[in-house]
Design a protein around this ligand. Structure first.
Ligand code: ARG
Length: 264
């Protein structure tokens, strides 16, 4: 099925501050390399037949390339982001404005801190929601009420996996891949109960942000370094499209971070 993604070209990308353990401002990042890697990701989606919309990058917002954090869109309802860190605060209204300007009438500003699809991942009958580092658990309740979908809270415990989308991705509408070590014992139990047939990723594959992948149910766009995970995906019948986003990883992001799915 054709997907609709919103992306933001990394024209102002930089690693200027550190708000997660991946970011080292003293080491910096190469913007030109980031742009060309991002272009490869965009082309990959287009070659798969998906629709890609673009939001204008804003100067002074070096992390705006991570579109997943900009909102959560389910059934045409847009739940706006409210960022944890002041460095990214202006991205929330910028993304919400894009939706309003593009005719999404059911757009709601959030009362509670949440980083959009970074911490909310949508399956057919439920939304999985991370908390612990960025998104406030009250935002889970607010999103459930606004979207009319059950939202299941998952507790993140490892700072390297500060967003849910760094530790888990939906393979399709009813199954997921994840790294158990990123979750509290109780949340690991919840995941085992909900997804007995999940792909369990290794710490090695999680540590190259291999779980920050985008699946359309058939094709999985994934960081090239996540070798074992790619093998397992192929074994289960998925088409694997490896991409190199090493420059964006210096800010703590991968393919999924760069991709906001617009549903309905
Ligand atoms: N530097 C960004 C931050 O720490 C990276 C965001 C990655 N996005 C994501 N969806 N995991 O906020």
């Amino acid at each position: 099925m054709t997907r609709h993604y919103l992306m933001c070209r990394p024209d102002h990308f930089a690693v200027e501050y550190a708000i997660n353990p991946w970011m080292h401002p003293e080491a910096g990042a190469d913007r030109e390399v980031a742009i060309s890697q991002w272009e490869t990701l965009r082309s990959a989606y287009q070659e798969l037949g998906h629709r890609v919309s673009l939001i204008d990058p804003v100067e002074g917002l070096p992390d705006m390339v991570f579109a997943a954090n900009g909102a959560l869109v389910v059934g045409g309802r847009v739940y706006g982001a409210r960022f944890t860190h002041p460095q990214r605060a202006a991205e929330g209204p910028a993304y919400l404005d894009w939706f309003v300007d593009n005719g999404y009438e059911r757009a709601q500003e959030a009362t509670f801190t949440n980083e959009g699809e970074g911490d909310f991942l949508t399956l057919d009958h439920l939304v999985l929601a991370g908390t612990g580092f960025r998104t406030d658990i009250f935002a889970h309740k607010e999103a459930q009420e606004f979207l009319g979908r059950p939202v299941v809270t998952l507790q993140l415990v490892d700072p390297r996996f500060y967003h849910l989308d760094t530790a888990l991705f939906p393979l399709n509408g009813h199954n997921v891949a994840y790294f158990p070590g990123a979750f509290s014992p109780g949340s690991q139990e919840v995941l085992r109960a909900l997804f007995p047939d999940a792909i369990i990723a290794s710490e090695g594959d999680a540590s190259v942000l291999g779980l920050n992948a985008v699946s359309d149910g058939t094709n999985v766009v994934i960081n090239i370094e996540a070798a074992d995970l790619q093998l397992e995906l192929k074994r289960r019948g998925f088409e694997v499209i490896p991409v190199d986003l090493s420059e964006l990883r210096k800010a703590g992001g991968g393919p999924k971070c760069c991709t906001l799915e617009i549903r309905g």
